[in-house]
Design a protein around this ligand. Structure first.
Ligand code: T1G
Length: 694
């Protein structure tokens, strides 16, 4: 069945694209489009052409799966040139999302109409590239340099109604888009309107220095990314060069970026964040349970944030606390959070009121008897959790899913405190729960498949990125984080300082370094965790008590004005000589001769310790695929998306290189901490990667 067809309605030629799911511009679509346009132009009875797409959306872009492979002709610029050069008007009829190459095809048309619900955008920067088919040259000519830069550098979708105001869309039409497009074309034909070619317009040049100012304006937000800055170069070419020269410049930049490690990483993440929601091996007949109401235990930081997630998704929430005072405090925090969002203008007051109305506070477990899902977010203490789950077992209806938000405790042990282990699992949110996208869904040994399918479905419903993981201390994210923290703690006593380690990881692309993150989260949280596992730590880890010493000074991080750093009233950090002295004194007392620890060593010990643990996690089946680990780290810990996640990054570095470094640190730091994971060693010796193994 052809993906592009041509038909006639009176004197109007109709080009229809039908390439589900999103009418991507595959080779067949490009060839079909070229041929259909030629057919319409050759037909004397056709006065104008309409380009239309079947299914849920107009063309959503090039077929990203073709990237990295030799481009099969015809290439898109050739097809769009034939459209723009056409001597008959071509009208693009847009519904759904006209994105990337889709919008570029529409810009090569002579007129554009859209439904009010449609959206347009040039999201290429999110794939580490820039528009490669005239978007950076035509859009500035159509709507001006500033508007074009805002769209191209952000990559954000723009509602058709706004795009109409900007000048991208000529007319917003209601109802039957195809019929409206044909009528629009007939009017143009009756008026003998000539094709209007965007490339013939001039891009209104801005004041000198405009582009450098624009580069400065995105420096913070786009730190580390290549594509947004290269997109500015391409738009500057549109303002300074003739169209053909600008197109050549755009292609050069596009070609450079599409081959870049950053773009390969961002394209990997694009597919991984979609693949991660699919549970490998889940029988197709397993359906998630219906979740229409939720009970949450604990109205503290986590419980309150989780409650907001469900209220935001329109689900009624029963919020339980041990006493009225805690309940009120929790509700006030939620109210303040919403009010803050309203004051920023990103939430309407009535929306806030609707969401608050969905939150029903309670002090009684009996109110949980009809809920479909309970999420426990109480104190991180196994005894307390067992008591809670025993109560839930007694109160909740059959089939209710009972989940714990624990960040590292054993779900199997919690499940054993009920008579319905099949209904029990972990749903580990990341703080702040109403902001962080990651949700680690922890399936217990006895968790029923439809229960973890339910947790994955719920994750999507509340707009999280759910990842299914297995039971172990710290699951995936925190288990790998513990290795990074261990190495960073060791490097402090060996000679590095917090600000040096933080800078290395910040420059790698993390939003903050590990010590700045600890200060933000609260050092007392890590201190409590350290105490709870102290007897499991090695002698060296036990003796490395820099964190304890800082906490003993009452320095818990930002919330107390000082931690590893000291903070001014705006919470801006500065290195504290007192901490430097404390660390140096600690090394002396430990008999460790301090040395200069190089940045490369810091990066390798921080990242390779995590990657090595990730290999173990894969081999144990705690994560089903390397992409699950990548998504956990990108969405849970800010691993830079342009590096693809720890496992994708490991493949780009090469497992052989990492394996040799692990052997080096095994000698330097000790066999107890640096043993190559068998899977990593095997793949390294086979010259494979985590992704090439599959
Ligand atoms: N290429 C290939 N597959 C794509 C695709 C694309 N452009 N877009 C989506 N898919 C697949 C996706 O992997 C999933 O597959 C299914 O379609 C549904 O997607 C020349 C070079 C359009 C807003 O960046 O933003 O044009 O999991 O789950 O939530 O200058 O898809 O079912 O197997 O996301 O309704 C520019 C990317 C490309 C748009 C729909 N375009 N896509 O969201 O569905 S570069 C983009 C999206 C380019 C030009 C350059 C979203 C969507 P599966 P979905 P959705």
């Amino acid at each position: 069945m052809s993906v592009v067809s041509f038909s006639k309605q009176g004197n109007i030629g109709l080009i229809s694209i039908d390439n589900p799911p999103v009418n991507a511009l595959s080779q067949a679509v490009r060839a079909g489009l070229r041929d259909a346009v030629a057919q319409g132009l050759a037909d004397e009875s056709v006065a104008a052409l309409v380009l239309w797409c079947e299914g849920r959306t107009f063309i959503a872009g090039a077929d990203i799966r073709e990237f990295g492979k030799p481009m099969q002709p015809p290439d898109l610029p050739a097809v769009t040139k034939s459209m723009e050069d056409a001597r008959k008007p071509i009208i693009a009829a847009i519904h759904g999302t006209a994105l990337g190459g889709g919008l570029e095809v529409a810009l090569a048309c002579h007129f554009r109409i859209a439904l009010p619900t449609a959206k347009v955008g040039l999201p290429e920067v999110k794939l580490g590239i820039i528009p490669g088919c005239g978007g950076t040259q035509r859009l500035p000519r159509l709507i001006g340099v500033k508007g074009a830069l805002d769209m191209i550098v952000s990559g954000e979708h723009v509602a058709a109604t706004k795009a109409h105001v900007l000048g991208v869309i000529d007319e917003i039409v209601e109802g039957d888009l195809k019929a409206q497009a044909i009528a629009y074309a007939q009017r143009l034909a009756a008026e003998r309107r000539a094709p209007r070619r965007v490339s013939e317009a001039r891009a209104k040049t801005e004041s000198p220095g405009f582009f450098d100012e624009y580069r400065k304006s995105i420096a913070k937000k786009s730190r580390g990314f290549l594509a947004p800055f290269r997109a500015i170069d391409a738009v500057q070419a549109a303002a300074e060069l003739p169209f053909d020269a600008g197109m050549k410049r755009e292609r050069e930049i596009f070609a450079e970026l599409v081959a870049s490690p950053q773009s390969k990483a961002q394209r990997h993440v694009f597919f991984a964040e979609r693949e991660v929601a699919k549970i490998p091996g889940l029988p197709p007949d397993v359906k998630p349970r219906d979740v229409k109401s939720v009970g949450i235990i604990g109205a503290g930081t986590m419980g309150g944030g989780i409650a907001m997630c469900f209220a935001n998704a329109g689900l009624p929430v029963k919020l339980l606390e041990m006493n009225r005072e805690n309940l009120e405090r929790g509700l006030n925090t939620i109210r303040k959070n919403y009010a803050n969002t309203v004051s920023k203008g990103s939430l309407k007051q009535e929306e806030m009121d609707q969401r608050m109305a969905l939150l029903a506070p309670t002090l009684s477990y009996d109110d949980f008897k009809d809920v479909d899902l309970v999420i426990e977010a109480a104190f991180e203490d196994m005894g307390i959790k067992k008591e809670i789950f025993a109560k839930l077992d007694a109160v909740c209806k059959p089939g209710a899913v009972l989940a714990s938000n624990t960040s590292y405790l054993d779900i199997n042990e919690i499940a054993a405190s009920t008579k319905r282990a099949g209904d029990v699992m972990g749903m580990h949110f990341f703080s702040p729960a109403n902001v962080m996208k990651l949700l680690e869904n922890v399936r217990g040994a006895k968790t029923a498949p439809d229960v973890y399918a339910t947790a994955m479905e719920v994750g999507k419903k509340i707009r999280k990125v759910p990842v299914l993981v297995g039971v172990c201390h710290g699951f995936v994210g925190n288990r790998m984080l513990a290795k990074r923290s261990r190495e960073c703690g060791f490097m402090l006593e060996e000679g590095a300082l917090p600000q040096q380690i933080d800078k290395v990881l910040y420059d790698f692309g993390f939003p903050m370094g590990p010590f700045a993150v600890s200060d933000l989260a609260g050092l007392d949280v890590g201190w409590r965790n350290r105490k709870s596992i102290f007897d499991k730590l090695s002698p060296r880890e036990q003796a490395n008590n820099i964190l304890d010493q800082i906490c003993d000074l009452g320095r818990y991080g930002q919330k107390t004005g000082a931690g590893f750093y000291k903070y001014d009233e705006k919470r801006n950090p500065t290195p504290d000589p007192l901490i430097e002295e404390l660390i140096i004194k600690h090394s002396r007392e430990r008999g460790i001769a301090r040395r200069r620890v190089g940045d490369q060593e810091i990066l390798e010990r921080a990242l390779y310790s995590m990657i090595n643990e990730g290999a173990r996690i894969l081999a144990e089946g705690i994560a089903a695929r390397p992409l699950d680990i990548d998504i956990v780290w990108i969405y849970g810990y800010g691993f830079p998306v342009y590096r693809g996640g720890p496992m994708f990054y490991a493949d780009q570095i090469g497992l052989k290189t990492i394996y040799e470094a692990i052997l080096k640190y095994q000698k330097q730091v000790g066999e107890e901490y640096w043993r190559p994971a068998p899977l990593l060693e095997k793949l390294a010796k086979q010259g494979k990667g985590f992704y090439s193994e599959a």
